[in-house]
Design a protein around this ligand. Structure first.
Ligand code: ADP
Ligand code: MG
Length: 326
C-alpha cells in the first residue's frame, strides 16, 4: 500500500537519505528507529509530500506522491516533528480550520472534529488556547489534526520527544489504540519505545535502511553472539577437542579452505569477545596448532544498538530530573 522505491535525498554533497526502499502493508504499527541525524524526518517529509526527493519514488496506494499529490495526500495524516499549531487558537478552532483545509464542510466537518477530539482525549481542553496547553496536550492536538479526514495511514515524527514520562506513556497508548484502526508509522530514537509499540521496525542509520523486521527477530539479531573466525591446520577432531575446553561457545561450524586448512566460525555469548579470542589462541597454541588467521565479525546492527541504547539513556535522565524538580 505504501511503496518507497530507491529514495535518495542529497543536500549538495551530503546524502541525507541513501537509496532506501521498503514497503508498508496495511494494519501494522511501523517504527522508524534511528539515532538523531539518521534521516528519519527527511524520509517522512518526503513520504508525505512535504519535501522533494533527489531520486526515487513514493507511492501511496498506487498514487505517486509527487505526480498525484492530491490523491496521495488524502490517504495520509501527518504530524511533523514541529507540529504546525496556531497558538492563539483553541483546539476546536484549529481543528475546524485544518478540517476545512482538508476539504471537510458542514455536518461532516463537525462530526469529524468531534470524533478526533474524542479519539485523542482532548475534550476537556478543546476551548482553551493552545498556547496554554501542556506539551502532552499540544501533541494530542497535533495527532488530532493528523486524524482529520480519516486517512488510512497516520505518520508521526518523534511524537514523544520532549514529553514527561506520564505523557510519554499516554501518547504511546494512543499510538497503540490508533494502530487498531489505522496503519501507523512513527519515528523514534528510543529502542525500547519502538519495541513496546511496533510490530514492524525499520532501523535507519546514516541515511540507509539497515534492518526491517519484527521486533522479536531484530532482538535475536541485535543480541546475536559475536563471531570469531579462525583458520587452522588442525583437524576437525582437534578443533572440537580444543573448543570443548572453552566456556561461552554457543555455536561452531567448520568449512574447508584450500584442502589442507579448516576455517571455523565460532559464536560466543560472552560479553567480552576478546576473552574468548584469548582462550582460543592459547588453546590452539598449547596443542601445537598455532592459528594461521583470526578475525572477529560484528554485525553492523550491534553498533547501532549501542548508539541507540546510549542515546535513550541520555534522554531519560533530564526528564526524570525535571519531574523531581516539580
Ligand atoms: P533525523 O530525523 O533522523 O534526526 P533528519 O532527517 O532530520 O534526521 O536529518 C538527516 C540528515 O540530513 C542530518 O544530518 C541533517 O543535518 C541533514 N539535513 C536535514 N535537512 C537539511 C537541510 N535542509 N540542509 C542540509 N542538511 C540537512
Ligand atoms: Mg527528526
Amino acid at each position: 500500500m505504501i511503496a518507497v522505491e530507491h529514495l535518495t535525498k542529497s543536500y549538495g554533497d551530503f546524502i541525507a537519505v541513501n537509496d532506501i526502499s521498503f514497503q508498508i502493508d496495511e494494519g501494522h504499527v511501523y517504527g522508524l528507529l534511528g539515532p538523531n541525524g539518521a534521516g528519519k524526518s527527511t524520509i517522512m517529509n518526503i513520504m508525505t509530500g512535504c519535501l522533494s526527493a533527489t531520486e526515487g519514488h513514493v507511492r501511496i496506494y498506487g498514487y505517486d506522491i509527487f505526480e498525484e499529490p492530491k490523491e496521495a495526500k488524502k490517504l495520509i495524516g501527518y504530524l511533523p516533528e514541529q507540529p504546525p499549531l496556531y497558538m492563539n487558537d483553541t483546539p476546536l478552532e484549529y481543528l475546524k480550520f485544518v478540517g476545512e483545509a482538508k476539504g471537510l464542510r458542514g455536518a461532516k466537518l463537525k462530526e469529524q472534529v468531534e470524533k478526533v477530539i474524542q479519539q485523542t482525549k482532548i475534550e476537556d481542553v478543546k476551548d482553551r488556547l493552545i498556547s496554554s496547553l501542556s506539551k502532552g496536550y499540544k501533541q494530542r492536538v497535533g495527532v488530532a489534526q493528523a486524524l482529520l479526514g480519516n486517512p488510512k495511514v497516520i505518520i508521526l515524527d518523534e511524537p514523544t520527544v520532549g514529553l514527561d514520562p506520564i505523557q510519554i506513556i499516554e501518547i504511546r497508548d494512543l499510538i497503540k489504540e490508533l494502530g487498531k484502526t489505522h496503519t501507523v508509522i512513527f519515528s523514534s530514537h528510543i529502542l525500547s519505545e519502538v519495541q513496546a509499540i511496533c510490530d514492524r521496525i525499520l532501523i535507519i542509520s546514516k541515511g540507509k535502511l539497515i534492518a526491517f523486521d519484527e521486533p522479536q527477530n531484530l532482538e535475536k539479531l541485535l543480541l546475536a553472539p559475536n563471531e570469531i573466525i579462525i583458520t587452522t591446520d588442525a583437524t576437525e577432531k582437534e578443533i572440537n577437542e580444543i573448543l570443548a575446553n572453552i566456556n561461552h561457545i554457543v555455536d561452531m561450524s567448520i568449512e574447508e579452505k584450500e584442502r589442507e586448512y579448516l576455517v571455523a566460525h565460532i559464536k560466543t555469548d560472552h560479553d567480552n569477545v576478546y576473552e574468548i579470542s584469548r582462550s582460543i589462541f592459547y588453546g590452539f597454541a598449547e596443542k601445537g596448532r598455532p592459528l594461521l588467521e583470526m578475525t572477529l565479525k560484528k554485525t553492523n546492527l550491534e553498533d547501532i544498538f549501542v548508539e541507540l541504547t546510549e542515546s535513550s539513556s541520555r534522554d531519560i535522565e533530564p526528564t526524570e530530573k525535571e519531574e523531581t524538580d516539580k
